[in-house]
Design a protein around this ligand. Structure first.
Ligand SMILES: [Zn+2]
Length: 254
C-alpha cells in the first residue's frame, strides 16, 4: 500500500513537471485556410512553387507554429497578419521536408521597429543587427527587425533575415551554433561540408568570392547566409557553388 502511494505521488510529480514543460498554447485567431492560401500565394515565393498537396501541408505547419509561438511587438510596432505569416514561413521553409520537426527551443519572436545593436538597444549609435537568437535572459526568444523581415519576402534578393535566424536555431539545436547542424546533416557529409565551408570562408576573407562577406564572419554565419541563398536563389547557388549546393540539398532533404 505504501509503495503504491509512493508510486502514485511520483507519477503525479512527473506528470506535473511534464505538463509544466509543455509549450503553452498561444491564443491568437486562427487564419482561415482559404485566406491563408491567398496571402501566402501572393507574398511567399517558396509557397507559390509548391504543388497543391504540399501547400496544404505548408499551411498546417504554419498554423501549428502560430498556435505555439508568441509574436510580440516592441516599441510601437504593429504586428500585422502578414508579419505573422512571414515569421511562420521563415520558420517552416528550412524544416518543411522534415515532417515531424518543430522548434522546441523557441517560445517567442519579438519584432523591433528597425535594426538594433548587439546589446538590444535599438536606438544606440551602432544599429546594424537585423535579427538575433537570444541567449541568457533572452533564452528561447528570437528578435527580428520588422523591416528586415518584410524585405526578405518582398524583394527578390538573396537575403532573408527570417530564414537566417531560424537556421541559427536549427544549428543551435545540437547544443553548438557552429555551422554544423548535427541533427540534419548526414554523418558522411560532415567532413566534406567542413572542408567546403572552410575553403569558401577563406576565399570570402581574401575578397575572392561572390558570396555576401558576412558569411566570412564564422562557420555559424556561413551556414545561415548560405541557407538564405539556398532558399532564395537556388539557381544562383547551383551554378556558382555546385558542391555547396549539393550538400545543402541533402541537409534540407529536398
Ligand atoms: Zn547570423
Amino acid at each position: 500500500m505504501r509503495v503504491m502511494f509512493i508510486v502514485l505521488v511520483t507519477m503525479l510529480i512527473l506528470f506535473y513537471l511534464r505538463s509544466r514543460k509543455k509549450k503553452p498554447a498561444v491564443l491568437q485567431p486562427v487564419i482561415a485556410p482559404d485566406h491563408m492560401h491567398t496571402m501566402l500565394e501572393a507574398h511567399v515565393a517558396f509557397y507559390r512553387k509548391l504543388d497543391q498537396e504540399s501547400q496544404g501541408r505548408f499551411r498546417s505547419r504554419v498554423q501549428h507554429f502560430l498556435d505555439t509561438t508568441r509574436i510580440s511587438p516592441v516599441d510601437g510596432v504593429t504586428v500585422t497578419e502578414l508579419d505573422r505569416l512571414y515569421v511562420a514561413s521563415s520558420a517552416i521553409i528550412p524544416i518543411f521536408h522534415f515532417d515531424d520537426w518543430a522548434y522546441n527551443n523557441l517560445d517567442e519572436v519579438l519584432l523591433y521597429p528597425g535594426t538594433f545593436s548587439q546589446d538590444l538597444d535599438h536606438e544606440a549609435a551602432e544599429r546594424n543587427v537585423l535579427g538575433m537568437v537570444g541567449d541568457g535572459a533572452m533564452h528561447r526568444m528570437m528578435i527580428l527587425s520588422q523591416p528586415a523581415l518584410r524585405s526578405g519576402f518582398e524583394q527578390s534578393g538573396a537575403g532573408n533575415t527570417g530564414i537566417h535566424e531560424f537556421v541559427h536555431l536549427l544549428d543551435k539545436a545540437d547544443g553548438a551554433t557552429d555551422g554544423v547542424p548535427e541533427y540534419m546533416i548526414p554523418k558522411d557529409l560532415v567532413a566534406p561540408w567542413m572542408r567546403q565551408m572552410h575553403r569558401t570562408i577563406q576565399q570570402i576573407r581574401e575578397g575572392e568570392s561572390d558570396i555576401n562577406p558576412y558569411a566570412g564572419t564564422n562557420e555559424a554565419e556561413f551556414f545561415a547566409v548560405l541557407s538564405e541563398y539556398f532558399f532564395q536563389k537556388p539557381q544562383f547557388l547551383k551554378e556558382h557553388h555546385p558542391e555547396l549546393y549539393a550538400i545543402l540539398d541533402k541537409v534540407y532533404h529536398r
